[in-house]
Design a protein around this ligand. Structure first.
Ligand SMILES: Nc1ncnc2c1ncn2[C@@H]1O[C@H](COP(=O)(O)OP(=O)(O)OP(=O)(O)O)[C@@H](O)[C@H]1O
Length: 324
């Protein structure tokens, strides 16, 4: 279980004006400014949950993750992960977590992937049987057999990300922190990585904390989202409930034969051509079933699809609403 209570973190940054004269002056007297990266951040995550931790650039996501991993110490507040304080019980804590930072690598650049894995086994002191079992499973699930003998520097981004995921899981951690795990991946690799994370959560019960700007990751993986903006937690809720709350309209696409002569109140046409009609519905005025009945009475309906707000649209609304 992860419990964060009133975590604050500030960074002190040296201010420097441009120009050689100012650079020289800064050698003798420096001015500093304080950045409040996290302000009173509190939340609880239960074992086996998969959380989407979202917010705009600079909101404080990576800082929170680094505190939870024990890399950064907060100014004050408490963080307990399975009863341990990450920055105080670092060795014991590290044995129980896996971390993937999409922009950084934990693999040794010039050595074959399998050698990096062996080094990780040594660092984490994973016993041979457990290592063999985990490696076999990960090689199969992530399709790594062709990659093990390749040096990391020769891997494509998607191949490296699959190896990074495997590296973070060789010691069977109970909690996995993922910071933008699908950044820069092509569509096929993204789907493979998402499927793997989902499987890990359902089959091994691994707790997953995922930060991403890719709302398709959120849509595919998480049921609960935590929204952070300007260092403060602004919202903590179920993705489905949020979507329902923000879904003030529905989009219905009709494929049909014939002539649509009239629409009813609450329907707005966004596109109409060659037997295809896309309408936006205001559900308070016109329900989906009313719209279907109304159009079916005029034309032969061949196909219908209904969609609500996407996670992407919802997050755009949220960011606007909270002015972050
Ligand atoms: N080491 C550091 N030194 C100084 N300021 C920092 C440091 N790390 C983070 N910050 C500042 O803290 C704030 C939060 O940064 P953080 O990296 O946590 O944001 P983020 O939500 O992960 O952003 P992104 O989505 O762009 O990765 C930012 O204003 C950032 O400039």
């Amino acid at each position: 279980m992860i419990i964060l209570k009133n975590i604050n973190k500030t960074f002190r940054i040296a201010k420097r004006k441009s120009g050689f004269g100012q650079a020289f002056k800064a050698l003798f007297s420096r001015e500093y400014e304080t950045v409040h990266a996290l302000s009173d951040v509190s939340f609880t995550i239960n074992d086996g949950e998969m959380i989407g931790y979202i917010g705009p650039n600079g909101a404080g996501k990576s800082t929170t993750l680094k505190i939870m991993c024990g890399v950064l110490t907060p100014d004050n507040g408490s963080c307990k992960i399975d009863g341990r304080t990450p920055w105080q019980d670092r060795i014991e804590h590290t044995k129980n977590i896996g971390v993937v930072f999409g922009q950084r690598s934990q693999l040794w650049w010039d050595v074959p992937v399998c050698d990096s894995f062996e080094l990780i086994r040594d660092i984490y002191k994973v016993n041979k049987t457990e290592y063999r079992h985990n490696l076999d499973e990960l090689v199969e699930l992530l399709d790594l057999s062709e990659l093990l003998k390749t040096p990391t520097r020769s891997l494509s981004l998607g191949q490296r990300m699959r190896c990074e995921l495997a590296a973070s899981l060789l010691h069977s951690p109970q909690t996995l922190f993922l910071d933008e795990p699908t950044i820069g991946l092509d569509a096929v690799s993204k789907i493979a990585v998402r499927q793997f994370i989902k499987k890990l959560n359902t089959e091994r019960g691994t707790t997953v904390i995922l930060t991403t700007h890719d709302m398709q990751d959120i849509e595919a993986l998480t049921e609960r989202i935590l929204l952070i903006g300007k260092g403060r937690i602004l919202l903590d809720g179920s993705l489905l409930e949020l979507k329902k709350h923000f879904s003030t309209r529905k989009t219905v696409v009709f494929e049909y034969n014939g002539e649509v002569s009239k629409l009813c109140d609450g329907m707005t046409v966004t596109e109409q051509k060659e037997g295809r009609l896309i309408i936006e519905l205001d559900p308070l005025i016109c329900s989906v079933s009313t719209a279907i009945a109304h159009l079916s009475s005029q034309v032969e309906v061949l196909d219908i699809s209904v969609s609500g707000i996407s996670a992407e649209e919802m997050v755009a609304v949220l960011y606007k609403e909270y002015r972050i």
